[in-house]
Design a protein around this ligand. Structure first.
Ligand SMILES: [Zn+2]
Length: 153
């Protein structure tokens, strides 16, 4: 596991993707960076208004991450973790902050991220075999548009 830092545009792109995957499109979710000292001891948090389905995720700026930390700071995983809180909140709101909930969300978010990246790796592997001349297109970002008819050959 290693750090995965993104800029706000990339994070917002991944936010739309994960909102769809987690069926949270009916939520209005805002994402912003904040300083580490405003979030300590965490690297992120989420505030939500259930009735109006509005949420705000605050993520620690990459510059404030302590490089000696034993846990990596993967911004995409952190965002998925915060999004999962939206699903868990109705089940656990009366408990307040709960360690079992945090552990469950942490495990699920890492599993989702690992599966998603594995799927991308497999897709890229076959894309490179089908279109070796277009390999350079695959490297910079994920949302590669494939010519469907050519891919079916
Ligand atoms: Zn949490």
């Amino acid at each position: 596991m290693q750090n995965n830092f993104m800029d706000i545009e990339m994070l917002e792109d991944r936010l739309r993707y994960w909102q769809a995957q987690l069926r949270l499109q009916d939520w209005q979710i805002e994402m912003k960076f904040d300083r580490g000292f405003n979030l300590a001891p965490n690297v992120a948090d989420i505030s939500l208004l259930e009735e109006s389905r509005v949420a705000r995720i605050r993520m620690m700026e990459a510059n404030d991450f302590d490089p000696s930390s034993i846990a990596p700071y993967d911004m995409e995983q952190t965002m998925v973790h915060e999004l999962l809180h939206i699903h868990f909140f109705p089940l656990t709101r009366t408990l307040g902050k709960s360690i079992p909930e945090e552990q469950a969300i942490e495990a699920i978010s890492w599993a989702l991220i690992a599966l998603d990246r594995k799927a991308d790796e497999i897709e890229n592997h076959y894309m490179k075999r089908l279109y070796p001349e277009a390999c350079y297109l695959l490297e910079p970002y994920k949302g590669v548009v494939v010519n469907e008819s050519a891919a079916d050959d």
